[in-house]
Design a protein around this ligand. Structure first.
Ligand SMILES: C[S@@+](CC[C@H](N)C(=O)[O-])C[C@H]1O[C@@H](n2cnc3c(N)ncnc32)[C@H](O)[C@@H]1O
Length: 437
């Protein structure tokens, strides 16, 4: 089983809350890949792992079509078929595992959100499916040096999915000795069946790629439901993290959802926006705000993809983190800016251009002439990705509205997710990421 032997083991070292240790190397664990492989071999009665993987191509193709096209009647039938769930476990589970980490790490490392240390951390996973988001969080928090216990509640309307999820938590219990699991079959929309009757309970609520299914075509209902969840389920210091597939649709459904909460006095947007002003992308009506993250899929996924040709080395998603308290504000000195890249880097011959959504809620184009940069720095520019949080110094306003120029003495620091410092030819020292907030 070459693909399993060559897999690198996860490493957790250094100070837990240091951005550098938190944000790099989101590696899908070897034991998790093996668990799904062995289960799929057993259930499909195949001994050879490669044969087994080949036998799931049809299901992965069907799932992929299901998730990328318009929702049709009976769309969720895939959850009643064992082979489809196993295909999800082999191909989509790893993607969720990695994807949900980025926004969580951003909250921990850059938005100063922290889990409670004096009592158990309580997590709720809504529309948990096979449990990839919960497992990813359990795996991350299990390495925390001072967290007491972690209580994870997970809800889904698919009994079949939850059976596999329970099996996994039981068989791999050694991976998370301080985690207790409460995995329930419930319809997340029917809040009376699961919302606490007393005080709000959870510190971290996650809905990964589930609200788009549960509230398909029903944004108003989703907004009302979210308000109820925030009020009745989320602790005062908690965050509710919602991930949605990044779609091509021009309706700006997700931005509309986000703007509702940015405009609401009782709730606050923590991420991805570094502000609570109206979304400039929605106002412009052009692109949907989303992230694209490069990652290294497990070998089994790469093998399974050999004849499917899906873009598996990048994770594409939209997300929104909401809280009841405002996120710590960013203040920027004159001549500096902190922004999220909301478009891919435009790397032209004479200049590079970053499109940023800034802390004041404005969209700006940041231009850097190549002659301000030495050759190695010019090469490093390509590492900048859509979704990166970037801090730039020594800016010069341009006469063109919304355009700003970096200069020879400017620095450009990627604060999240992968720290990177780029300096103009004359910049002797760049601001550290900590100075940016
Ligand atoms: C695409 S899967 C995502 C699963 C998992 N959160 C992940 O990211 O891998 C969507 C999940 O949402 C669940 N779901 C959809 N509507 C639901 C509802 N009304 N109540 C509970 N679960 C629901 C489905 O059963 C399914 O497991």
């Amino acid at each position: 089983m070459r693909m399993i032997e060559t897999f690198t083991q996860d490493q957790n070292g250094g100070s837990w809350l240091e951005p550098s240790t938190l944000t790099t190397n989101i590696t899908y664990p070897h034991w998790l890949e093996s668990w799904w492989m062995e289960l799929a071999c057993q259930q499909s009665k195949q001994q050879d792992p490669h044969e087994m993987l080949r036998s799931f191509e049809t299901e992965v193709r069907q799932l992929s079509d299901t998730f990328t096209t318009e929702r049709k009647e009976g769309f969720d039938a895939y959850q009643q078929q064992t082979s489809m769930l196993l295909a999800y476990g082999l191909f989509y589970f790893p993607q969720t595992f990695a994807r949900v980490r980025y926004p969580l790490l951003e909250l921990l490392a850059h938005r100063k959100w922290s889990p409670p240390l004096e009592r158990p951390l309580r997590i709720l996973d809504l529309g948990a499916g096979l449990g990839a988001a919960s497992i990813s969080f359990a795996h991350l928090f299990a390495s925390h040096p001072t967290l007491q216990e972690i209580e994870i509640t997970a809800l889904d309307s698919s009994r079949q999915s939850l059976q596999y999820f329970r099996k996994l938590t039981k068989e791999q219990s050694a991976q998370w000795p301080n985690v207790s699991w409460d995995i329930r079959n419930a319809d997340l929309r029917k809040t009376e069946s699961w919302l606490p009757t007393s005080s709000p309970h959870w510190d971290l609520i996650i809905a990964s790629f589930s609200l788009n299914e549960a509230f398909y075509g029903a944004l108003d209902e989703q907004i009302k439901w979210t308000e109820l969840v925030l009020t009745r389920a989320l602790q005062k210091t908690g965050v509710f993290l919602i991930l949605d597939p990044a779609s091509q649709e021009k309706t700006h459904r997700f931005e509309q959802y986000r703007d509702h909460f940015a405009d609401h006095a009782r709730y606050h947007v923590w991420s991805p926006c570094l502000h609570e002003h109206p979304c400039p992308l929605r106002q412009e009506g052009k692109r949907q705000c989303h992230e694209v993250r490069q990652w290294e899929p497990p070998d089994s996924m790469t093998f399974l993809n050999r004849r499917l040709f899906r873009h598996i080395t990048s994770l594409k998603y939209s997300f929104l983190a909401l809280g009841k308290q405002p996120a710590p504000a960013f203040s920027q000195p004159e001549g500096q800016a902190l922004f999220r890249m909301i478009a891919p880097l435009q790397n032209n011959k004479a200049h590079a251009q970053m499109t940023g959504c800034c802390t004041d809620g404005c969209k700006r184009e940041f231009e850097w002439l190549k002659r301000c940069l030495d050759k190695p720095t010019q090469k490093q520019l390509v590492q900048l990705e859509r979704g990166d949080i970037v801090h730039v110094t020594s800016l010069q306003e341009m006469s063109r509205d919304g355009y700003v120029r970096l200069q020879k003495d400017s620095s450009c620091t990627v604060v999240h997710p992968t720290p990177l410092v780029l300096k103009g030819k004359n910049a002797d020292s760049a601001q550290s990421p900590d100075d940016a907030s």
